[in-house]
Ligand binder design. Structure first.
Ligand SMILES: [Zn+2]
Length: 296
């Protein structure tokens, strides 16, 4: 039953990464689209970060979706699909990955204005802490470093301008995502050391939710929560034991704090970011669905 639901969902759900002008054209009426956000910022960050959308753009996109489409809670859509029913025409689901506090402080008032439901996928080890997910740690280090260049895998990356720093973040970040978990951890540590000291307090826009806030938002009804692993590891780069730890720990924390842990979204989410072992573990541990970023 769960497997069938997952397969059905995989066939009919596509995920969009908003930001470009093609946004409107890519939301298709005849399939369920999932529009995936991360954080929503009050002010543009000096170094561009594709995960952090300006509030005005977000407001315009939600207004568009609310006017033109039917925004439904992801859990309701998955339930319909798992019962063999199709979703109403023009269905869109909104998600936020990672669990940034800006979902509460900046996005939530906009979602309330349009009565737009959304699902937030939490990296559970970071909830209530001071650090953002590891890709954003790299971002903070590159954005605030006093170095002019940084070496990575034998190449020299310029950090002269904000544009250079954004480009280094994109290229080094993409490489780190492809490394085995232990190598990625070691390389990230080395980069953080090399790039120098900074304080996460200077990156308020990248602060994370705490469990009290999650609980309150969950009780409010407009937002739902799912798991995005415990430490944001790319699961296909982890040993089976580490994969199990990531999925089990995260699920247990979600159950302890809000009593629900049926929804899941893979970190990064492309076809090479999870394995058949990951899918088996998700089913064994009791998750009811898993979102990819594979476009339908
Ligand atoms: Zn993520």
């Amino acid at each position: 039953m769960l497997k069938r639901a997952a397969r059905k969902a995989a066939r009919t759900i596509s995920v969009l990464v908003p930001g470009g002008l093609s946004f409107a054209r890519r939301v298709r009426r005849r399939s369920v689209a999932i529009v995936m956000y991360h954080g929503v910022v009050e002010e543009e960050l000096p170094v561009w970060n594709w995960c952090q959308l300006h509030r005005n753009t977000f407001d315009k996109q939600i207004a568009f979706l609310a006017n033109e489409y039917r925004i439904l809670p992801l859990r309701d859509v998955i339930e319909r699909l798992s019962r063999g029913l199709s979703a109403p025409e023009g269905t869109v689901c909104i998600t936020f990955d990672d669990g940034f506090r800006s979902v509460l402080s900046t996005a939530y008032p906009i979602l309330l204005k349009y009565q737009a439901p959304a699902t937030v996928f939490l990296v559970t080890s970071l909830i209530g802490g001071s650090e953002p997910p590891w890709p954003e740690q790299l971002y903070c280090a590159l954005a605030s470093s006093t170095c002019d260049t940084v070496q990575f895998e034998g190449a020299n990356f310029s950090l002269q301008s904000n544009h250079d720093r954004a480009s280094a973040f994109e290229r080094i970040g993409a490489r780190l995502l492809s490394l085995p978990a232990e190598e990625e951890e070691a390389e990230l540590e080395r980069l953080l050391q090399t790039l120098g000291q900074f304080s996460y307090e200077d990156y308020d826009a990248l602060a994370m939710l705490d469990w009290k806030e999650v609980k309150k938002l969950d009780a409010g009804g407009l937002l739902s929560f799912g798991s995005h692993t415990h430490t944001h590891k790319i699961l296909s780069r982890c040993s089976p034991e580490r994969q199990r730890f990531e999925l089990l720990t995260s699920r247990q924390l979600m159950l302890d704090h809000i009593g629900k842990a049926d929804l899941f979204a893979y970190p990064n989410g492309s076809a090479t970011d999870f394995t058949s072992e990951t899918k088996r573990l998700l089913l064994d541990l009791g998750y009811g669905s898993a979102l990819t970023t594979i476009r339908a």
